[in-house]
Design a protein around this ligand. Structure first.
Ligand code: HCA
Ligand code: CU
Length: 390
C-alpha cells in the first residue's frame, strides 16, 4: 500500500535532551540543528522554553538561524506555557497532556472531562493569538489510555477545527505494530487533522511501530539521533531511515542527504558520551561486513544478494571478512587481487584450506592472511609452495 508523504519531526533537541547523558550547550544545539537541517529533517522539536532560562535563550537562538526545518517547541497544555512559547518565534507548538489513568492519578490529577475542557480552552486561545502557527495536540501515554476516553478527547478537539495535527504517543514503549495500526487507523477515519506518532523503544518496537503508523495513515514521525531519549529512547533517525529506504529507496534518497547520517550520529554520540551500537542500522560497525564464504562469494558477484541497503548511498563501504574458518576461496581470491598478487586457482584453494585449518587452532587477523598470500605469491615459481606457519 502506498504511504502518505511523511515528515520527520526530529526531537533530539527535546526528547533527546531527556537522555541521561545529554546536557547540550547552546553551541551543541546549534551544531545539531544545522546538521539535521542539512540532512533534510523537516521539523526540529526543541525543549520547552519553560524548562530553564537557557532553554528559552537556546530556542530563540535556533529560531533565528534561518533554517529550512520548521522549529517546534513542546509544551504542557497550559495557557501560561503557550504564552511564553509564542514569544520565542517558533513555527509551531506541540501541546501534550496525559490521558492514561496512571498519568491522571499520579501526574496532573484531572478527569477526562477536565482534560477536554482544558484542551479546548488552551488550543482555542493559541489559535486566536497565532492564526498561522502550526498547532499539534497530543495525548501522553495514548496506548495505556482507555480507547473510549481517548477518542472522546480527540473528537472534541477535532470539532474545534483549530489544530493541524494530532499526536499519539507510546510513552512507555509497550505498543505493538498492530496496536499502533488500530489507533492511528481509527483516528484517520474519525478525525481530519494530520497524525504524528511518537514511540518509545522499551520493548524494541519503536521503528516497526513508526512504520505501522505510516501504513495506517500517519503523516509525521518523531525521531532522535541514535534514538536517544528518556530511558532507552524512541525511534532512531537512522533506524527509521533504514526502514524507509528498504521500503522505497528512491524516495528516501531524494528526501534526505543520507551520506550525512554517520557524521551526525558520531557527533551526537560524542556529545552524549556513548558509542554507536555495533548492530545499529546502517552505521553499526558490522552493518556492511560479510563473513561466511557463501555470502562473500555472492557479494563479490552482486552485492545486493545479501545487502538490502547499498552502503555507497550512505557514504560507506562494505567489508568482506576473510580471516576465519568460514572463509571461502572466492573471498581469498578477491583479496589476492586487491593486493595485486598472482596466484593460480589451485594455490588459492590450497591456501583457503590452510587458512581454515589455522583458524581452527587460533584466531587470525587480516594481516595474517595477507602475509600468507604474499608468502605464497613469492613462492609461486616453486612447484609446491610450502605453507608458512602464520
Ligand atoms: C514524555 C512526553 C512524551 C511526549 C510525546 C509527544 C511521551 O513522557 O516525556 O508529545 O508526542 O513520550 O509521551 O515524550
Ligand atoms: Cu517521549
Amino acid at each position: 500500500m502506498p504511504l502518505n508523504s511523511y515528515h520527520i519531526i526530529e526531537s533530539t533537541l527535546r526528547e533527546g535532551e531527556q537522555f541521561i547523558g545529554a546536557n547540550f550547550t547552546r553551541d551543541d544545539k546549534i551544531r545539531i540543528a544545522r546538521a539535521l537541517d542539512a540532512f533534510g529533517a523537516e521539523y526540529l522539536e526543541l525543549t520547552s522554553p519553560l524548562a530553564s532560562p537557557g532553554s528559552m535563550a537556546d530556542l530563540k537562538a535556533i529560531t533565528r538561524l534561518g533554517l529550512h526545518a520548521r522549529i517546534l517547541t513542546h509544551i504542557r497544555c497550559r495557557i501560561e506555557d503557550a504564552k511564553i512559547a509564542l514569544d520565542t518565534g517558533v513555527d509551531g507548538l506541540d501541546v501534550v497532556i496525559g490521558t492514561s489513568s496512571q498519568l491522571r492519578q499520579f501526574s496532573h490529577g484531572m478527569s477526562i472531562e477536565q482534560i477536554i475542557e482544558l484542551a479546548e480552552e488552551v488550543l482555542t486561545w493559541i489559535r486566536k493569538q497565532a492564526p498561522d502557527i502550526e498547532l499539534r495536540f497530543s495525548t501522553e501515554d495514548s496506548f495505556r489510555s482507555e480507547e473510549k476516553e481517548l477518542l472522546q478527547v480527540y473528537l472534541a478537539v477535532d470539532k474545534l477545527g483549530v489544530v493541524d495535527r494530532f499526536g499519539v504517543a507510546d510513552t512507555v514503549g509497550i505498543a505493538t505494530p498492530t496496536d499502533v495500526s488500530r489507533l492511528v487507523g481509527t483516528l484517520r477515519r474519525l478525525t481530519t487533522a494530520d497524525i504524528e506518532f511518537h514511540g518509545h523503544n522499551d520493548s524494541g518496537s519503536a521503528i516497526a511501530n513508526a512504520f505501522a503508523a505510516l501504513e495506517a495513515g500517519a503523516t509525521h514521525i518523531d525521531t532522535t539521533v541514535l534514538g536517544i531519549g528518556e530511558r532507552n529512547g524512541i525511534t532512531s533517525l537512522g533506524g527509521f531511515i533504514a526502514r524507509m529506504y528498504t521500503y522505497d529507496r528512491e524516495q528516501t534518497r531524494s528526501k534526505y542527504r543520507l551520506e550525512l547520517l554517520r557524521d551526525i550520529e558520531l557527533m551526537v554520540a560524542d556529545m552524549v558520551g556513548v558509542d554507536i551500537p555495533f548492530n545499529n542500522p546502517i552505521t553499526g560497525f558490522s552493518a556492511f561486513t560479510h563473513k561466511a564464504g557463501i555470502h562473500a562469494k555472492a557479494i563479490l558477484n552482486s552485492p545486493d544478494t545479501y545487502e538490502a541497503l547499498n552502503p555507497a548511498d550512505f557514504g560507506l563501504t562494505r567489508y568482506l571478512s576473510i580471516a576465519h574458518k568460514l572463509t571461502g576461496w572466492n573471498a581469498v581470491k578477491a583479496r589476492a587481487e586487491q593486493l595485486g598478487l598472482q596466484l593460480s586457482p589451485e594455490q588459492i584453494k590450497a591456501l583457503t584450506r590452510h587458512i581454515k585449518a589455522l583458524a581452527d587452532e587460533r584466531s587470525l587477523t587480516l594481516d595474517d592472511v595477507d602475509e600468507l598470500l604474499y608468502h605464497w605469491a613469492e613462492e609461486t615459481t616453486d612447484a609446491s609452495p610450502q605453507p608458512m606457519v602464520a
